[in-house]
Design a protein around this ligand. Sequence first.
Ligand code: DQA
Length: 152
Amino acid sequence: MKRILLLNGPNLNRLGLREPHIYGSVTLNELELQLKTIASSKNIELVCYQSNHEGGLIDQIHEAEVKADGIIINPGAFTHYSYAIRDAIASIAKPVIEVHISNVHAREEFRHTSVIAPVTVGQIVGLGLYGYELALLALVEKLGEEEKDEQN
Ligand code: DQA
């Protein structure tokens, strides 16, 4: 069974409470349960981890090299300045998809830059929590394609 790691960065433990006009009223726990259900219907194990600490996220990314087949990450505000998370992603040979709940391009200027995006397969922005579901489906598709290439 393939395994996908879902990483959420700082303040995303506050989903449902935090600025609901931007991030909605669904909690992280509810989101994770919903995504796990979708993953298992695709025969994928989804492992979820949230941290407010850069190092915790980096450790998870390193471990994913051996423990997971791909990563979905919402790095929160680290998106905009964490070269350390970017380097961690660049250090592993696994596909990573970046997700943002809000449309970062329609918000403050500091949110317009992602230092993470260049080391990811792609980015999903501004589609609310649905973005996580889309990222999951895209990653499942990508892992299936990789498997086909390996067989040929
Ligand atoms: C966010 C956007 C970031 O700018 C912000 O710091 C977050 C959440 C999003 O999902 O829209 O914490 O990553």
